[in-house]
Design a protein around this ligand. Structure first.
Ligand code: HEC
Length: 147
């Protein structure tokens, strides 16, 4: 009996170490994953406060196309209020003032609430600062003319 128990204890010891090894491996892996996912995410959530000077609108057609395929139109339209203000209202408020392109671009990137109502606009983390500046400039210039 003792001889039979001995090998079974030994063979139980090796998997025990393996199990601990796996647990350590997964815990370390999990912590690493959290850092890889959460840290860049947290950085993205930080509000942008300054942008480089906007060089000017160079390719309005391309920007119009991008604006129409960047998910903005589920909440915005040129002249019909959906969830957010219309492009016309926005352009009217900022009076197509090129000095305010960055102000509007920062508001696009950061999203926000309270400038137009209580419904919040989500952060647009998929946009680069340059894209946000192009969108802001395009909205302010294009829809101002049509009023
Ligand atoms: C989920 C709905 C939603 C989406 C998607 C969305 N917006 Fe908005 N947007 C809003 C709301 C709501 C407001 C008003 C926020 C406020 O009252 O401060 C707003 C405000 C704005 C403003 C006015 C900011 C200012 O300075 O007054 C601009 C410009 C704008 N959005 C552009 C965009 C662009 C460009 C996109 C796409 C890249 C976009 N939005 C996507 C809901 C949305």
């Amino acid at each position: 009996m003792t001889e039979q128990q001995q090998p079974s204890e030994n063979s139980g010891g090796v998997p025990g170490i393996l199990v601990i090894g796996f647990i350590v491996f997964f815990v370390v892996g999990f912590v690493a994953l959290i850092f890889l996912v959460a840290v860049p995410q947290a950085r993205k959530k930080t509000d942008i406060t300054t942008l480089a000077e906007y060089p000017g609108l160079t390719n309005p057609e391309l920007i119009a196309e991008k604006l129409n395929t960047s998910g903005c139109l589920s909440c915005h339209a040129p002249d019909i209020k959906i969830i957010g203000p219309t492009w016309e209202e926005i352009s009217k408020r900022y009076e197509a003032d090129p000095r305010r392109v960055n102000e509007v671009a920062i508001n696009i990137l950061n999203g926000g609430q309270g400038k137009w109502g209580e419904i919040p606009m989500p952060k647009q983390v998929q946009l680069t600062p340059e894209e946000a500046q192009d969108f802001a400039a395009y909205i302010l210039q294009t829809y101002q003319k049509e009023q």
